[in-house]
Design a protein around this ligand. Structure first.
Ligand SMILES: *Cc1c(COP(=O)(O)O)cnc(C)c1O
Length: 365
């Protein structure tokens, strides 16, 4: 049997990779400050781990929940903290005012709620403009109304922001930048525009603040460029081990539904990793997986706690053989983006889906 004493699946988080990737964002946008985007528990990497890694160098942290922002303040985080969807209640508004938390404001109702509950405390607000994403944000008339309401309010630091819908694709950002400039008019205050894709590919968007998310975690925002080619380092590895080996004859089928049929005799490995660990159930036969430093493929359906892989060409991989599902791990190096592409999704979703039952190790280096 394998020498591990517990079920062998493990995630590992590299603090050094997080720092490397944050520094790369800063190098690419040297005149801008950078919000480290740590929403969704830092894209599944663990908010507190990422805050620890970047505590001394992040210009600010951006997330969603006001309670989380307050917890960062209470933990002694002194940098700016930004609520990316703004406040949801009067209680949030009071907390923002009390703890000096910056807030996105994306509609007049939210602005009124904030101004009504915040008293005269100093506020830092990022007015979000809808320039074509058509998700959150003011239109031109709404922005005029918002600025009008804010004219009478002292002690407000204002910035304008927007979010790009296609910074990673052929349509790019210029069309949204034009709309932004048309709405912003003669605005001379701070501007915050760029997500990871725009940081990496569209320097005209860098402005005063950038918002790197996925690049911090070492995955590529682009379908046509690998993280490695962009100079990013994977911050997460997902490792496990072979816990079973089967020799199957031609014509045998593998797993639930028998969706894979062996065309010849095969040696297959059963890996302790399933969809209840966060591995995508929709990953089809052929999804890449690394075993003992070699890249092979999954076979058949992913089940709740296990998946099967082809060991026919890795004869020395027996029970306990190290497996890497993604990242730079004990079983080899396999970009999360390649697994995601094979499974019809993006690395963002793989990272966010890693389940609480997966133990996490933190690598200082
Ligand atoms: C999540 C998010 C980002 C980060 O996007 P990435 O593609 O991960 O870099 C930036 N801005 C806003 C408003 C977001 O919600």
């Amino acid at each position: 049997m394998a020498s591990t004493v517990s079920r062998p699946i493990r995630a590992g988080i590299s603090l050094a990779a997080l720092r490397h990737n944050y520094r790369l964002a800063k190098q690419l946008a040297p005149a801008a400050k950078a919000w480290a985007v740590i929403k969704a528990d830092a894209y599944g990497h663990g908010q507190w781990r990422v805050v620890t890694a970047l505590r001394d160098e992040a210009d600010g942290f951006a997330l969603l929940e006001c309670d989380n922002a307050v917890a960062l303040r209470e933990a002694g985080i002194a940098q700016p903290i930004l609520l990316l969807e703004g406040i949801f209640s009067a209680r949030d508004a009071r907390a923002v005012a009390a703890h000096g938390i910056a807030s996105v404001v994306h509609c007049l109702e939210q602005l009124d709620l904030l101004l009504g509950a915040a008293g005269d405390a100093p506020l830092s607000l990022f007015l979000k403009l809808n320039t074509g994403m058509n998700r959150l944000g003011f239109d031109a008339a709404g922005l005029r109304d918002a600025l009008h309401r804010l004219r009478a309010r002292p002690a407000v630091d204002l910035a304008l922001m927007t979010h790009f819908a296609e910074a990673d694709g052929p349509r790019g950002v210029d069309w949204q930048l034009e709309r932004f400039q048309a709405m912003a008019g003669d605005w001379t205050g701070p501007v915050c525009l760029a997500n990871s894709a725009a940081i990496l590919r569209h320097p005209t968007t860098h402005a005063d603040w950038v918002r790197p998310g996925i690049m911090l975690y070492g995955a590529s925002p682009f379908a046509d460029a690998s993280a490695d080619a962009l100079g990013l380092q994977p911050a997460m590895r997902l490792d496990s081990a072979v816990i079973g080996v089967q020799h199957i004859a031609a014509g045998e089928r593998v797993g639930y539904g028998g969706t894979f049929t062996a065309e010849r005799a095969m040696r297959i490995g059963i890996v302790a990793c399933g969809y209840a660990d966060g591995y995508p159930r929709h990953a089809p036969t052929g999804t890449p997986i690394a075993v003992m430093g070699r890249c092979t493929r999954t076979l058949g359906r992913v089940s709740m706690d296990m998946l099967a892989c082809d060991l026919s060409d890795i004869p020395d991989a027996g029970l306990g053989a190290p497996v890497t599902l993604w990242g730079k791990g004990a079983g080899g190096t396999l970009p999360a983006d390649e697994v995601a592409t094979a499974a019809g999704t993006i690395a963002y979703e793989l990272f966010c889906a890693v389940a609480p039952r997966v133990p996490v190790a933190v690598d200082e280096s």
